[in-house]
Ligand binder design. Structure first.
Ligand code: ATP
Ligand code: MN
Length: 480
């Protein structure tokens, strides 16, 4: 007999039917009620044992964390809290869990801080919160592929080990197979990378964009969805050293088209989880409401999680130029009262997360797209505007998160791109293949990068990015 997932049992109307279920014990009450979860849903299945007729040895092994196989009859439940339950006819303990040892872990039934849960990341997926977050993460991932596939985008896999030192998005991690205690040296005494595995110095990618661009200029519409790495020492609730990024790249799209696509895309995937993760979102909403109630009144969100998600998909995102954004920020209360950590004085300043959040949460009260940033604070590949000081860049800013998307129309003019690289001391020889695309049938094209974990944060209401990826990598932390 094949066992049935708990999500199916809970929806079943076949009262009187026999089912086999496998899962882990979440609680065992009054020697009678086994609360079982198998990961298929946030909801547990109550299985009732006839304890008088069950072997004492077996009963003693039904402990929190143990894996069980249960066969029983589906019954209408007498108790409140569930529609149906299983009356156990046969029970097998598949994997025991010693209660004295469980007590020392986060499986023990009491409140554990998120920090504590992180230290036991291999067990935290067995909690309600992490089960819910990881199911939503999985659905979002699927929705991303579905969105682009429905629009006839081609999924491309750009390299994770990159031969380029200048992808323009952040600090890089080296990849090598050198023996560090015996490094080959050149005559000048420098490390001789010619002797390294690839015959040159290589890195982990910070973005698949440059390679994706080359593919867009052949396949038309493409997207990547893969891991990226940044060796930046950012200890924030929004930065990981290893994170997943979605990067669509579109031939013949200008910045307008790019913004339209990004907005439509985000709304689609959020709608998808609203429709397909109802139970998990309800749980996460209650969780967030509890967290919010512990904050001072003026810091609390005025909307619940689900309200916030629905609101995001219903309203159009506010679009403003960088210049307009600076004007608003310059004249804002927190700027005048010197409440910002970084006071906005002049045009040209980079927007910090506090400014982004002010625009979104206080000023416009909805997602904001800022476009046409100063060239000086943006990457070399963005298309220069006619004003000679701004580029066709756009960032999408979200409540609680700040930047969720960074994108641009790409500089398609060979001479302009070459000049921009020169100004930034980027070696032409490094990116000869990238420059080639501007020589052979260059065209207007655009793309953006969406930080997947930041999207999961928004959808689940989790404050810390470390809690939306199974095994977070941050400065000083690469356990598991
Ligand atoms: P930030 O200013 O927030 O550091 P960025 O300008 O470095 O972002 P981009 O290089 O434009 O970001 O990367 C595209 C997207 O990837 C960002 O909009 C963000 O959602 C995400 N992202 C960037 N850095 C990280 C990181 N260290 N951890 C998680 N997500 C990130
Ligand atoms: Mn960054």
């Amino acid at each position: 007999m094949r066992h049935t997932k708990i999500i199916e049992v809970l929806q079943s109307d076949s009262l009187g039917e026999s089912y086999q279920i496998k899962g882990w014990v979440r609680a065992f009450r009054s020697n009678r009620f086994i609360i079982l979860n198998d990961g298929s849903t946030i909801n547990n299945l109550q299985c009732v044992v006839d304890y008088e007729n069950t072997d004492k040895g077996i009963l003693s092994k039904i402990t929190i964390g143990a894996a069980l196989s249960i066969t029983g009859i589906l019954k209408e439940s007498q108790g409140a809290g569930q529609r149906v339950e299983i009356e156990v006819t046969d029970l097998e303990v598949l994997g025991e869990a010693n209660p004295d040892e469980v007590k020392k872990t986060i499986l023990s039934p009491k409140r554990h801080s998120l920090e504590k849960l992180r230290e036991q990341a291999h067990l935290r997926v067995r909690t309600n919160t992490f089960g819910a977050v990881m199911r939503v993460r999985s659905k979002l991932s699927f929705a991303i592929h579905q969105y682009f596939q429905q629009k006839d985008f081609h999924y491309v896999n750009t390299p994770i080990i990159t031969g380029s030192d200048a992808e323009g998005a952040g600090e890089m991690f080296s990849v090598t197979d050198f023996d560090f205690n015996n490094l080959p040296k050149t005559e000048e005494g420098k490390v001789d990378f010619k002797k390294d595995f690839f015959g040159k110095h290589t890195n982990l990618t910070v973005s698949g964009q440059l390679e994706a661009e080359t593919y867009a200029l052949g396949l038309g519409l493409v997207y990547t969805f893969g891991p990226t790495f940044r060796a930046e020492n950012s200890n924030t609730t929004r930065h990981l050293a290893e994170f997943w990024m979605v990067e669509p790249e579109m031939a013949f799209y200008d910045l307008e088209d790019n913004m339209d696509l990004a907005e439509d895309f985000i709304k689609y995937v959020i709608n998808y989880v609203l429709e397909n993760c109802e139970d998990d979102l309800k749980f996460l909403e209650q969780r967030l409401t509890k967290v919010e109630s512990q904050k001072p009144k003026n810091e609390r969100s005025s909307m619940s999680l689900i309200e916030k998600l629905k609101f995001t998909t219903a309203k159009s995102f506010k679009r403003i130029s960088y210049t307009e954004a600076i004007e608003i920020l310059k004249n804002s209360k927190p700027n005048k009262k010197k409440k910002f950590n970084y006071i906005i004085e002049d045009w040209g300043a980079d927007l910090q997360s506090e400014h982004e959040r002010f625009l979104v949460e206080k000023h416009f009260k909805r997602p904001v797209i800022v476009y046409d940033y100063p060239s000086k604070i943006k990457a070399f590949y963005m298309r220069e505007n006619e004003d000679g000081k701004t580029v066709r860049a756009m960032d999408i800013l979200f409540p609680g998160i700040g930047e969720i998307v960074g994108g641009s129309q790409r500089e398609e003019r060979y001479e302009v791109l070459k000049q921009k690289m020169e100004n930034l001391n980027i070696d032409e020889k490094e990116l000869w293949w990238y420059l080639d695309t501007r020589k052979f049938g260059t065209c207007t094209h655009s793309g953006f990068g969406l930080g997947f974990e930041r999207l999961v944060q928004f959808a689940t209401g989790m404050t810390n990015i470390r809690d939306v990826i199974p095994y977070p990598r941050t400065p000083g932390h690469a356990d598991f």
